[in-house]
Design a protein around this ligand. Sequence first.
Ligand code: SF4
Ligand code: SF4
Length: 320
Amino acid sequence: MHATLRLLEQTDFPAIARRAVEVLQVNVGYRCNQSCVHCHVNAGPTRTESMPREIADEVLHYLRQTHVPTLDITGGAPELNANFRYLVTEARALGVHVMDRCNLTITQQPGQEDLVAFLAAHKVEVVASMPCYLEDNVDRQRGDGVFQASLQALRAFNVAGYAQPGSGLTLNLVYNPQGPSLPPDQVELEEDYRRILGDRHGIAFNRLYTLANMPIQRFGSTLVSKGQFGGYMRLLKNNYRAENLSQVMCRSLLSVDWQGYVYDCDFNQMLGLPLLDASGRPIRLSELAAAELEGRCIRVAGHCYGCTAGQGSSCGGALN
Ligand code: SF4
Ligand code: SF4
């Protein structure tokens, strides 16, 4: 795989600083039952990195200490981590809002038969990858059979109460483009999704988030292989919108890796750009209190243009 950090380090992206932490995003490991072409994690079935119990306990200790209101659990397929349900249960017991970044097909993997019921019982917000409402496009990006398996999973979430009026169970979908282009307008695409997934397949969801692909890891490497890296970076830069800068997610999100080191966002985690102390040593979550981060410079590089292009892009979709 082609490394992209050296192509991103020299940047004119504006300097930005952190605000108070509102979301703790924990990447519990890179193992996944899928190997999608756009994956910014380079996740897959053969990855072995996985957050152990003592780091999960450091995460819970941080939540207890700081009262950060939201825990966003990602991966890989986070549900494959042996401590996933422990983290969810304990964080919910603290009154923390928990989000699960779910690839949908994981619900049909052996040992995950009760996953939907577990998430519903703990009122976990599900943020599910669904990069198109057309079968061919989903299967091309995520693998053969993924579209049908995803529909089956979405129906199971609906049956469990997700996206049903008054249930308090939230099911949001995530779209990302097939290739090196910007996502379409989020509001219009959400209407298309609602019409097609609803009318054709009887599926309900709450919101659709559109995300730009990041020029790192597997997607970045594919761009390099195809000679499209420079063109994609120009596209991101040419569509820079300054008003997105105040809302990029790293302002209020803190990312943690499976070993307990902290980053400004999951993309920086994948590029190996941790928060550093005064002596240049990577900082651990166990060393932090939330207040220490306010005003701290964010480690920006060329990929940050992926967050500010067009309507903007974040874990919660478009920024404007
Ligand atoms: S994009 Fe998501 S589902 Fe696909 S390989 Fe990466 S972590 Fe797994
Ligand atoms: S890539 Fe990460 S650090 Fe850069 S602007 Fe986006 S969220 Fe912030």
